[in-house]
Design a protein around this ligand. Structure first.
Ligand SMILES: [Zn+2]
Length: 220
């Protein structure tokens, strides 16, 4: 039996490529692991016409955009004017939530800073709610920027994973040793690419137009 990673299934259900092309893509992906499917799909997508790519990843066909528009049923836990949070259907842990902007962004890095800021403010609210509602002992707030960082969805999103004593969730890396010189140069390179904050415009002095008659009346 063919098994597909859930995002691919959602895409297949909502894309409008010709059935022949869909079947050709499916046959290339069948039998691969979910991660390998994701990689292979990226290779295939690179060979598609721009219109077809748009059909796959454009606003109408992105499963997360469809969820935000209410076209795909979801278990919604939060919504405001800019973002929505749902329960992940394949959770890493009880209460695993996916928070994403209603507007389509292929990855977090494409979001304007103010929108990303409000998205993370919502993530903080959800994490706090999980502490209270699920008696979580902690939580991980994770956002992958790009496939190499583990981003599997075609739409920017934040994972909020409540953590419990003795759970089996793995989030980690092996800390490496650093070379002091390289360490400094990395910091310098990063600093150089952070745009300077625009100086806030000084408030313009309010020039009151006096009613000369009023002034005259006050003068004894
Ligand atoms: Zn989208």
């Amino acid at each position: 039996m063919e098994t597909f990673n859930r995002y691919l299934i959602l895409m297949f259900e909502h894309m409008v490529l010709t059935p022949e092309k869909i079947n050709a893509i499916k046959s290339q992906l069948a039998g691969l692991s979910p991660d390998a499917q994701q990689e292979k799909l990226q290779e295939i997508v690179a060979t598609l016409e721009p219109e077809e790519q748009e059909q796959l990843f454009g606003k109408q066909q992105c499963p997360f955009c469809s969820m935000a528009e209410g076209k795909i049923p979801v278990n919604k836990v939060y919504e405001d004017s800019e973002c929505i949070a749902i329960l992940d259907i394949h959770p890493a842990n009880k209460g695993h939530m996916l928070l994403f902007p209603k507007k389509h962004y292929a990855m977090m890095a494409q979001m304007p800073d103010d929108e990303a800021g409000r998205l993370f403010a919502a993530a903080n609210k959800l994490a706090k709610a999980a502490f209270e509602a699920l008696n979580a002992a902690g939580s991980n707030i994770i956002a992958g920027n790009g496939a190499i960082a583990g981003q599997r969805a075609p739409h920017a999103l934040v994972n909020i994973i409540p953590r419990f004593e003795g759970d089996k969730v793995v989030v980690g890396w092996n800390p490496a040793e650093v070379d002091e010189k390289e360490f400094d140069s990395i910091a310098a390179k990063i600093k150089a690419k952070i745009p300077a904050e625009k100086p806030k415009e000084a408030p313009k002095p309010v020039i009151k137009k006096y009613d000369t008659n009023e002034v005259k009346r006050r003068v004894p």
